[in-house]
Design a protein around this ligand. Structure first.
Ligand code: FAS
Ligand code: PHB
Length: 389
């Protein structure tokens, strides 16, 4: 088989790249090791930056998002013993964040690719990347006992944080940066009317977050021990702990109900450089992972795909490789900004067991500065809504 771009992974990065390339007459094949059902069962991100919303609309994926998505003028921070603070993206940037689940985006992408005859191979096992610097790269995969080879011009590594693409870059050329946090997020989904705002809560008992998917689907998180077990968190205990971590008037308005999904996600920061090696270009979690505190993970995957699709379109239209040659540096500039923002919000809003009284005072003063300085509030808002591409 032959294609112009072999794409590894059918998460948001891989599917969006295939969709945009197809709209520009560029052929691709998506190789996914899981079933489509498995991909769609994963509950992930929920908040879209303004740039993500604009790009999805631009490539014909705005209809359902505009119908079902819920725009917000910003997200709130409720701090124990302090007035609520709004990360007011509308006031300081004129832009909004939109609550629209990653699952919906993945569904919309699958539907668009299916309708356009997109090529997605599910259950593609043992994907291997070959001859990436030879000028004749190819990938192989196994399915139903056969090994299939796909010759291509480029390989897009969109296989997430546990994928294989990144490891096709020689160790001597790959530089990685990593920080693990001493806690995770216990998240639940419930078919209940959500709290009206997106609200992060800082509390001496730990972090909590109220988010949403639609008028009858709520998403809540609490900070938990890194080795917490789901079986130790029956719904009642979750709701009691969540309410204990938010202001009383917020706790009184939370509509509880049985969880339809419950999961624990570890928090870590990870960046791999470079995001290109020969014919291989990395995009999304394959190259970087951020703690979800800044709602950046999915949005970074989208901005990588903006830069990568622009580069491939330019190459196939004009033969010019300017954007391909600058892809890694361009994408990484935005990745590091989002990584720093996500790290900073994670350090600000979570409880650290070994924190000294001095460090606690520094954290409190950081928040008080946000409450009293328009410039500090504006700087946070412009980064939270997403820096321009
Ligand atoms: P993905 O991981 O979504 O997709 C990669 C795809 O590649 C997967 O379908 C995988 O099956 C496939 N794959 C992997 N290895 C392969 C191989 N060898 N061969 C073929 N296919 C392979 N972000 C937020 O903004 N907010 C959140 O609340 C949030 N919660 C998260 C919770 C969890 C548990 C995780 C893991 C991530 C979360 N994220 C969140 C981040 C998440 O949304 C990612 O940023 C987003 O999924 C990135 O999309 P992709 O880069 O496409 O990677
Ligand atoms: C979500 O709705 O899942 C969500 C919202 C904001 C975040 C992280 C996750 O920062």
């Amino acid at each position: 088989m032959r294609t112009q771009v072999a794409i590894i992974g059918s998460g948001p990065a891989g599917l969006l790249l295939s969709h945009i390339l197809r709209r520009n007459g560029i052929d691709s094949i998506v190789l996914e090791r899981q079933t489509r059902a498995h991909v769609l069962e994963r509950i992930r991100a929920g908040l879209l930056e303004a740039g993500t919303v604009a790009l999805l609309r631009e490539v014909g994926l705005g209809a359902r998002m505009d119908r079902e998505g819920h725009p917000h003028d910003g997200s709130w921070i409720a701090w124990e013993g302090r007035p609520r603070f709004l990360i007011d993206t509308k006031k300081y940037t004129g832009k909004q964040m939109t609550a629209y689940g990653q699952t919906n985006i993945t569904e919309d992408l699958f539907a668009a690719l299916d309708a356009a005859g997109g090529k997605i191979v599910d259950e593609a096992a043992n994907v291997q990347l070959n001859d990436l610097t030879s000028g004749q790269p190819y990938v192989t995969y196994e399915k139903q006992g056969r090994t299939i080879r796909i010759d291509c011009d480029y390989v897009a590594g969109c296989d997430g944080s546990h994928g294989v693409s990144r490891f096709a870059i020689p160790a001597a050329m790959l530089k990685t940066y990593e920080k693990s946090y001493p806690f995770g997020w216990l998240g639940i989904m419930s078919q209940t009317p959500p709290y009206p705002d997106i609200c992060y809560c800082y509390h001496s008992r730990g972090f909590a977050l109220a988010s949403q998917r639609n008028p009858m689907l709520s998403r809540y998180y609490i900070q938990c021990d890194v080795d917490a077990k789901l079986e130790d968190w029956p719904d009642d205990r979750f709701w009691q702990e969540f309410k204990a971590r938010c202001p009383q008037e917020m706790a009184d308005s939370i509509v509880t109900g049985p969880s339809i999904e419950k999961s624990i996600a570890p928090l870590r920061s990870f960046v791999a450089e470079p995001m290109r090696y020969g014919a291989l270009l990395l995009a999304g979690d394959a190259a970087h992972v951020v703690p979800p505190t800044g709602a950046k993970g999915l949005n970074l995957a989208v901005s990588d795909v903006f830069y990568l699709s622009r580069a491939l379109i330019e190459f196939y239209r004009t033969g010019n490789t300017h954007y391909l040659d600058s892809y890694s540096d361009t994408a990484l500039r935005r990745v590091w900004s989002a990584a720093r923002m996500s790290w900073w919000l994670t350090m600000l809003l979570h409880r650290f067991a070994d924190e000294t009284p001095f460090e606690e005072k520094m954290r409190l003063n950081q928040f008080d500065h946000l409450l009293t300085s328009e410039r500090a509030a504006a700087a946070l808002a412009e980064q939270y809504v997403g820096l321009p591409y």
